[in-house]
Ligand binder design. Structure first.
Ligand code: TYM
Length: 388
């Protein structure tokens, strides 16, 4: 037991946890329990980087822990705890903030995605509208009293365009301002994540692909601290599944499935009603053609559904391709919808059996177990920097 390597990972208690979180992260944690000493955290301080309703957040913390348990995380084998129960996380964050550079954090793509919209591409889209057929037909519908005042149709188009677009530009300005109002926590979030990992002498961090860059930053900060102050931190490896590391949105296979997606047709929530989830699969967008074949470039939607199917039933994508040879998207989606329905029905039956009290006890015990490890690391850090 003592010689086993240490695994650390976590999920934010925000939004709706979905099968992307499950297949990309939690399902691989379940498998790792046999070989590693595992610590799984409900990272509540990460969740408040986006505005949360306090009452909802309280419930979500319990919900995430229940999802860990219903997925097969066994509290007899692994530790489950709540991040804010261990003050060493925020203390170490502060110290690492003084090692991290603004340029490190400016590189984080997730921050850029969350905090901003790409104004350049929007401007290009708006410009393209000026020459569109739609614009021409709009102008044709105007009364001749107005049209006759313009010698050239292009002049009228420009006038109408400028009028409509100036109000849209105002909205863009508002967006820009919002970007400037992004809270410091959202920017600093990868440093908190580095503290989470480094406190526990972690060897391996199993995450989905979107978190790989953050784990890389954690490695950088750990190494930088060690070289500036002397060896304290173990430098962890990121562990990313070959399949399922990036489950895409059901409504748009170009973007990853996301907890905070605008449309509920983007994701299958782990607490979705099974029949509603089946409907989402039946309505999922598909690609052109009709062959069930894995090809991320030409068939991103079917490839994504094949990955989900394969991971849920434990069959390879190749096996599924031959099973559906000669059949169409409709048959395939109908079967996958049934699989998802069955998966959620079983999952939720396990989830419902777990009481809030039980979860509170598990989190309390988890905090007791991790506290000495976290405190010991923090003490060593403080000693090295001369604060002890
Ligand atoms: P979070 O809460 O956004 O996501 C939890 C886990 O789910 C993975 N994931 C996905 N995997 C595949 N396909 C998707 N569409 C998909 N969406 C999300 C994420 O990669 C992640 O593994 N900062 C982290 C939480 C965290 C953490 C840590 C993780 C805080 N401290 C320390 C590891 C170690 C986050 O926001 O994940």
């Amino acid at each position: 037991m003592l010689n086993k390597k240490i695994v650390f990972s976590g999920v934010q208690p925000s939004g709706n946890l979905h099968i992307g979180n499950y297949l990309g992260a939690i399902a691989q944690w379940v498998e790792m329990q046999a070989k590693y000493n595992c610590i799984f955290c409900v990272v509540d301080y990460h969740a408040i980087t986006i505005k949360q309703d306090p009452e909802v957040l309280k419930k979500k913390i319990i919900e995430v822990a229940k999802i860990y348990l219903a997925s097969g995380i066994d509290p007899k084998k692994s530790i489950i705890f709540q991040q804010s129960d261990i003050s060493a996380h925020t203390e170490l964050t502060w110290i690492l903030n003084c090692v991290a550079r603004i340029s490190d954090l400016n590189r984080m793509t997730q921050f850029k995605e969350k905090a901003s919209i790409n104004l350049d591409s929007l401007e290009a889209e708006l410009n393209a509208m000026k020459n569109s057929e739609w614009m021409k037909s709009l102008v044709k519908q105007l009364s001749p009293i107005i049209r006759d005042r313009y010698e050239k149709e292009e002049d009228l188009i420009r006038k109408v365009y400028d009028r409509c677009i100036s109000s849209i530009y105002n909205e863009l300005e508002e967006y820009k301002n919002n970007q400037e109002n992004v809270n410091v926590g959202l920017f600093d979030y990868p440093v908190l994540m580095a503290a989470d990992i480094l406190l526990y002498n972690t060897d391996a961090v199993p995450v989905g692909e979107d978190q790989a860059q953050h784990v890389e930053l954690c490695r950088t900060l750990g190494r930088r601290f060690n070289s500036q102050f002397g060896e304290v931190f173990k430098i962890p490896e990121v562990v990313i599944r070959k399949e399922g590391a990036r489950i895409m949105g059901l409504d748009d296979p170009a973007k990853k499935m996301s907890k905070s997606a605008e449309s509920e047709y983007n994701f299958i929530g782990l607490t979705d009603k099974p029949e509603a989830a089946a409907k989402k699969i039946r309505k999922a967008v598909t690609d052109s053609g009709k062959e069930i074949k894995y090809d991320e470039k030409t068939k991103p939607a079917i490839s994504n559904l094949l990955t989900i199917y394969s991971l849920l039933v434990g069959k390879s994508v190749k096996q599924l391709e031959s099973k559906y040879k000669g059949k169409g998207y409709g048959d395939f989606k109908k079967d996958l919808a049934e699989m998802v329905k069955k998966f959620l029905t079983d999952f939720q039956a396990r989830y419902k059996k777990i009481s809030d009290k039980e979860v509170e006890k598990i989190l309390e015990n988890g905090a007791k177990k991790v506290k000495p490890i976290a405190d010991e690391t923090l003490e060593r850090v403080k000693e090295k920097i001369g604060i002890n």
